[in-house]
Design a protein around this ligand. Structure first.
Ligand code: 7PJ
Length: 281
């Protein structure tokens, strides 16, 4: 599991954790509405994230924040596909698309997406079949309890790690049944998705419980409300908490760290890696 194979005979090394930079294409992120200018803003942001050290860009058009309303297929396609095409056309980079809808997955892959990141772990209709049809595309299976609109209404587990591990087992088997090979899979415990603060904190200290799968692990904690609750911070005051979270995940073997603040996260990981590997002066 030293590298992740990608389409077109490319691959990305997982020897050290890589930073996945979040490129949101929800209307609140580009509020001017004009399609041309929003595409060029997305390209600008993509270039910035890559310069700051992102190894992968994660493009998502569905808000999955707690309580967020669902987005129609047409709207999600309209938000995501032009940006994937534009970024792919202008920049040589690895693109992940954050979606649960089979048709968005299909069009995104056709438009040049290298990875599918699904917070619903390929449980929506047709999603397994789409991925089965593109045997070079890796996919992130994230754990969520419930659905975004209601997932924070009293989440509960019999045993947090055992329940999430059972979910991973079930989804890994579903992938196998559908013809999606195991080496394409990435696992994500889904911080904030149907989890209380104490669930999230327990997860943060316990990533070792997912290492037995011997699959790459992705974690996303960036600016999440667990830091709001723990530290009493608004969204724009959660950088320090998020950096601590990213480092704690990396030190427990997380391979892909999904963040908004790429430059800061890259610095933190570089300091840690220097302390492990030394430096050449
Ligand atoms: C995650 C995600 C995450 C993966 C979002 C937010 C909510 N994909 N998409 N893992 N979170 N794989 O960033 O606050 O934790 S959207």
């Amino acid at each position: 599991m030293k590298e992740l194979k990608l389409p077109n005979a490319r691959s990305v090394s997982l020897e050290y954790p890589i930073v996945m930079g979040i490129l949101n294409v929800t209307p609140d992120s580009f509020s001017d509405g004009g399609k041309f200018s929003s595409d060029s803003k997305a390209i600008e942001q993509a270039k910035r994230l890559l310069m700051e050290g992102a190894g992968v860009l994660d493009i998502g058009g569905e808000s999955t924040r707690p309580g967020a309303p669902e987005v129609s297929l047409e709207e999600e396609l309209r938000r995501v596909i032009p940006v994937v095409k534009a970024v792919k056309h202008d920049i040589d980079c690895i693109i992940s698309v954050d979606t649960s809808k089979a048709e968005v997955m299909r069009q995104a892959i056709e438009a040049g997406a290298d990875i599918i990141n699904d917070v619903r772990a390929l449980q929506e209709p047709g999603a397994l079949d789409v991925l089965a049809a593109y045997p070079d595309v890796p996919v992130c299976l994230m754990h969520m309890q419930g659905q975004p609109r209601t997932m924070q209404n009293n989440p509960s587990y019999q045993a947090l790690f055992a329940d999430i591990n059972d979910f991973f087992e079930t989804r890994i088997s579903a992938c196998k049944q559908a013809g999606i090979s195991r080496e394409r899979l990435i696992l994500d415990p889904g911080f904030g998705f149907g989890k209380t603060l104490s669930h999230n904190i327990e997860l943060l200290g316990g990533l070792k419980h997912f290492q037995h799968f011997d699959l790459p692990i992705l974690t996303g904690l960036s600016r999440k409300s667990m830091f709001g609750q723990l530290l009493n911070r608004d969204t724009n005051e959660r950088l320090a908490g998020s950096l601590a979270g990213a480092l704690i995940c990396a030190q427990q073997g997380a391979n892909i760290i999904r963040v908004h603040d790429v430059a800061e996260t890259s610095d933190v990981l570089s300091v840690w890696l220097a302390s492990v590997n030394g430096v050449n002066e």
